[in-house]
Design a protein around this ligand. Structure first.
Ligand code: GLN
Length: 199
């Protein structure tokens, strides 16, 4: 079982540590050969426009998009969620996404006042998690087939911040920064079914 974290930009090392702590071996990936042979992929937090541009210029963009569409288990946190969205609101001009998640995602959704914050959130199938938001997106609308796993309420309106659709999982927040690896464990056990973990 080969697990990779896309290592073009962003918090790659933190995701690798979180996966390792769940007993899953993971590697930074940045070549077509590495990506072609993966059994699972993480798109890290960082800057979605930069990651997409680098994927284009290294000739990896269509390969990644294609593998996700074929069913590659994939998890994206924050910028990773943006990259998985089929549609964006407030994206940069011409911003591309790999897609795979049939949702509309609003980039930098929380606005300036609450740019970065932390809160405890109930996460379906995981329990209460400490969610760290850093210039985070949220899910604006979901299409049928998308399961909402966690939401944040802002001014009386509930905004999904963790969603799953089949092989694709996305969170607006960064579980890789908290030292709590239960969301990564959920990815490993629920999306990469059949992988044996050490605990
Ligand atoms: N705002 C960033 C983007 O649009 C995402 C921030 C993050 O990953 N912490 O890519």
């Amino acid at each position: 079982m080969k697990l990779g974290v896309l290592a073009l930009q962003g918090d790659v090392r933190e995701h690798i540590s979180a996966l390792n702590e769940c007993g899953a071996e993971a590697f930074p990936v940045r070549t077509a050969e590495e990506i072609s042979t993966l059994d699972g992929l993480i798109l890290p937090g960082g800057e979605s426009t930069t990651i997409a541009k680098l994927a284009r210029s290294f000739g990896l963009f269509d390969l990644i998009a294609g593998r996700i569409k074929e069913g590659l288990p994939t998890y994206g946190s924050c910028a990773g969620m943006i990259l998985l969205a089929n549609e964006l609101v407030d994206g940069a001009v011409g911003q591309e996404t790999f897609g795979g998640l049939d949702v509309k995602v609003r980039r930098n959704a929380f606005g300036r006042q609450v740019d970065s914050f932390e809160t405890d959130l109930p996460f379906e199938g995981v329990g209460t998690v400490r969610a760290v938001f850093i210039r985070a997106p949220w899910v604006e609308t979901t299409n049928p087939g998308v399961q909402i796993l966690a939401s944040v309420e802002i001014e009386g309106v509930s905004h999904p911040v963790a969603v799953r659709q089949g092989n694709v999982l996305a969170t607006s927040f960064h579980p890789e920064l908290t030292g709590d690896n239960r969301v990564h464990r959920y990815f490993v056990t629920e999306l990469l079914r059949g992988v044996s973990t050490h605990s």
